[in-house]
Write a protein that binds this ligand. Structure first.
Ligand code: NAD
Ligand code: MG
Length: 402
């Protein structure tokens, strides 16, 4: 349990230059007496990481890209900052498992976040999990490692954090045992909830990343537009809350005020509400079971006045249906879905693929590859790399076709 006579918590922020990383540092900035930044990491954004090093003075800064790391080193030398600069993917694992790190914010986007998150689990850290792809790729292994090494896994994804807040104690024993009969996972429906289906093939990357309620990185913004984000979140929720897929009901709630709900056998329905700002779930996970100010304004319910809900349209959003299918299929199917989605989204953002071809790439990739049991990391990483190759081949075939 958390010691309220607290010692300062050492934090490693994986993906500190991204949207979640920047929001995490904003929460940390408000509580210098509670949190000490030990390590910051990014892929190649040396200038942004340099600015963060000046402000937070971490012991380590990691840039995966070697040239960017060299540039950062030179800038820090000139500025007289003592941060040690590391490079290469292995350095992510190293800083996620340092002795003086208590909490690891897992906010790298995509499959690249899996290995450092596993390293944090094996080092017994409190993991603040934003990187949902780690659970989608490798849920069984990550959950087992968390248990085995007595790590803690706290959800930062706003819906999962909301569900966690509405869950009873000891839900990990089984949801039926604690009286939970359904999880209502809310979704904004993204920017194309009401756009005519016939025009979806013309969607541009600029339109897809313009989310109505949240400011997010490019990949998750496109995932929200296809609703693959919600599909990934259904899979994430099954692992985090030990739930069957049939217990998870997606609810369209375009206002993003309720962040998810938990339904109980006695008729109670608990919801967590708040302004759509990721600093709330970040601060919640960092301080749990305490509460700390996050910088988010309280919700004005008189201004909201009315809440709206709809059922999701699986025809408009085939990615959501595919996520339920792969969950039921099990094994490496979710790993393949995740990898194919990453390739398809990347191709769409590079204008090589139309928006409506994103689900087609994923479907074709899932059809092409034989799924196997996902019982060890080697198998997972192999399935991930095979799926990337196969979906790249499909991108070449479907390029520019509607
Ligand atoms: P982002 O694109 O803004 O930032 C990604 C971060 O990861 C950057 O710091 C980048 O340097 C780093 N990175 C990218 N590729 C990397 C690689 N190959 N190796 C190492 N580092 C790499 O993304 P984001 O919106 O902050 O999302 C981060 C994660 O959090 C995603 O998994 C996303 O699904 C999840 N998430 C985000 C939000 C949100 O509101 N942005 C909400 C819920 C969950
Ligand atoms: Mg979410």
């Amino acid at each position: 349990m958390w010691d309220s006579n607290l010692t300062v918590q050492g934090i490693c922020v994986l993906g500190s230059t991204g949207t979640i990383g920047v929001n995490t540092l904003d929460v940390i900035r408000r509580h210098p007496e509670r949190y000490n930044v030990i390590a910051l990491t990014a892929n190649q954004a040396d200038e942004k990481l340099f600015q963060q090093c000046i402000e937070f003075d971490p012991q380590y800064a990691v840039l995966v890209n070697n040239d960017a790391a060299q540039r950062l080193k030179e800038k820090l030398d000139v500025a007289g900052v003592n941060t040690e600069v590391l490079s290469g993917v292995e350095s992510l694992d190293r800083v996620a498992s340092l002795e003086n790190v208590d909490q690891v914010m897992a906010a790298i986007v995509g499959a690249a976040g899996l290995l450092p998150t596993l390293a944090a689990a094996r080092a017994g850290k409190r993991i603040l999990l934003a990187n949902k792809e780690a659970l989608v790729m490798s849920g069984d292994i990550l959950m087992k490692e968390v248990e085995r090494y007595k790590a803690e896994l706290l959800p930062v994804d706003s819906e999962h954090n909301a569900i966690f807040q509405c869950m009873p104690r000891h839900f990990e024993k089984g949801l039926e045992k604690v009286g939970v009969n359904k999880i209502l996972l809310t979704a904004s429906g993204g920017p194309f909830r009401t756009r005519s289906i016939d025009t979806l093939c013309d969607v541009t990357p600029e339109e897809a990343v313009a989310h109505p309620n949240w400011v997010m990185g490019q990949k998750i913004s496109v995932d929200s537009a296809t609703m693959m984000n919600k599909g990934l979140e259904v899979i994430e929720a099954c692992w985090l809350f030990n739930a069957q897929p049939s217990m998870i009901q997606v609810v369209l709630h375009s206002q993003s005020i309720i962040h998810s709900m938990v339904s109980y056998t006695d008729g109670s329905l608990l919801a967590q509400m708040g302004n759509p700002d990721m600093r709330t779930p970040i601060a919640h996970a960092m301080a749990w079971p305490e509460r700390i100010p996050s910088g988010v304004e309280p919700l004005d319910i008189f201004e909201v006045a009315k809440l709206e809900f709809e059922k999701p349209d699986f025809k408009r959003f085939p990615c959501l249906a595919m996520a339920y299918d792969v969950l039921n299929e099990g094994g490496t199917a979710t790993t393949i879905l995740n990898a194919a989605n990453e390739i398809a989204v990347d191709a769409f953002l590079n204008r090589q693929l139309s928006f409506t071809n994103i689900p087609r790439i994923i479907e074709k990739t899932l059809e092409t590859i034989t799924k196997v049991e996902a019982d060890n990391l080697q198998t997972i990483l192999q399935a991930d790399s095979e799926a990337r190759q196969v979906s790249l081949d499909w991108v070449k075939q479907l390029e520019f076709r509607q």
